[in-house]
Design a protein around this ligand. Structure first.
Ligand code: NDP
Length: 358
């Protein structure tokens, strides 16, 4: 028997209150079409916390599969796993391969897992770290699809985005740069000017064309500045990516060119979006939303292709990891330490995304 642990919850609430570390065992005789996986790396994404709070639209069912005192779900949605063994009929993956989950909702914060053959996507692990593979399917895929699927962007076009230092934002900066698309990147002002300058520098080095703070964006003269950057408006700001919502997003919309498109994918400020009426009527600005879970489920083939392409860029050194705070999850790691790592996720101004390394 394989001894395993998982972070489970049986009711919704704050992760620190409702998560518990549950020990279970996995039988060596695998059901047909099943793989035994050992977890290598699983990130803590903002949506994982929202899911545990019960405020996220996709809610994994509470089940008794792991033998918890009350039916439970396992936290986490993304990760990199190593195949330990496979049931005899399986030929698509073999012992030692690395896989990710095809869909979100699997419950990835666990040391081991049993998964169906159809639930996993095999990746080429050559030259990659578990963290790189374990964080590819949510943030980079989201940035990639938003840049490709809403407006036909050509070299020299501009994109404007807020939350530019987020996982998605950093991916968008790098992909846009590679595709010859210029970016205006909005970050929040840091507590001191040096920290703000450091963040600007970091994103410029990643490939950002311009980096500004929310305060600079909200400044009255900002549209004029954008006109200057875009050759008097001859270069078009065709796409906006909205991670944050709230008032600053209205200012961001004002920077879009005629018939531009704002794609909302996050609501980090928890503030509603106010859309300027004139933008809809006179500027014909379009507003859309994007959800990578919906996209992945509807486009499984394209999902695999997108993941493979991003991992190839990573392998070639053309796509850099986001800053992470790795936390080692060993057999002896205490529940409180794991929960603490999760609780801070929505805090803001963080040094890096939390990633469990097993
Ligand atoms: P990260 O954890 O990498 O980054 C979080 C970002 O949010 C940082 O830029 C941070 O800026 C900003 N932020 C945190 N708190 C606030 C606040 N109160 N007001 C404004 N900004 C804030 O996040 P991800 O890239 O993983 O996710 C970012 C957002 O995108 C989340 O809302 C997530 O749910 C969503 N998302 C949506 C997807 C979809 O398919 N729709 C897919 C992937 C992510 P700072 O450093 O200044 O705190």
């Amino acid at each position: 028997y394989t001894q395993a642990k998982a972070l489970v919850y049986s009711k919704y609430g704050e992760p620190g209150d409702v998560l518990s570390l549950h020990t279970f065992s996995i039988s060596p005789s695998l059901p047909s079409s099943t793989l035994l996986l050992r977890t290598l790396a699983t990130p803590i994404n903002p949506a994982d916390v929202n899911q545990i709070q019960g405020v996220y639209p996709s809610k994994p069912p509470f089940t008794s599969l792991l033998g918890t005192p009350s039916p439970s779900a396992v936290g986490g949605n993304e990760g990199c796993f190593e195949v330990v063994s496979v049931s005899p009929s399986i030929t698509s993956v073999a012992k030692g391969d690395w896989v990710i989950m095809r869909s979100t909702g699997f419950g990835t914060w666990r040391t081991h897992a049993l998964a169906g053959e159809s639930e996993v996507l095999k990746v080429n692990k050559d030259g990659l770290t578990p963290t790189q593979v374990g964080t590819v399917s949510v943030n980079p895929c989201t940035a990639y699809r938003m840049l490709k699927d809403f407006e036909p962007l050509v070299e020299g076009d501009w994109v404007i985005q807020n939350g530019a230092n987020s996982g998605v934002g950093r991916a968008a900066i790098q992909l846009a740069k590679q595709w010859g698309i210029k970016t205006i990147n909005v970050i929040r002002d840091r507590s001191d000017a040096t920290a703000t300058e450091d963040m600007k520098k970091e994103l410029l080095e990643l490939g950002a064309t311009k980096v500004v703070t929310e305060m600079e964006l909200m400044d009255r003269g900002f549209s004029e500045q954008v006109r200057g950057w875009t050759n008097g408006g001859r270069e078009k700001v065709k796409l906006g990516l909205n991670c944050v919502g709230g008032k600053p997003t209205s200012a961001l919309v004002k920077c879009l060119s005629q018939a531009g498109h704002l794609v909302t994918y996050g609501g980090m400020s928890k503030q509603p979006l106010q859309l300027p009426t004139a933008a809809l009527i006179f500027k014909d600005i379009k507003f859309s939303g994007f959800w990578v879970s919906r996209w992945s489920d509807a486009n499984p083939v394209e999902k695999k292709r997108t993941v493979d392409e991003i991992l190839e860029m990573t392998r070639l050194g053309m796509f850099k990891d986001v800053p992470v705070q790795e936390l080692r999850w060993d057999w002896g790691t205490e529940e409180s330490v794991l929960k603490e790592a999760i609780q801070g996720t929505l805090g803001g101004f963080r040094a890096g995304k939390g990633v469990f390394i097993y």
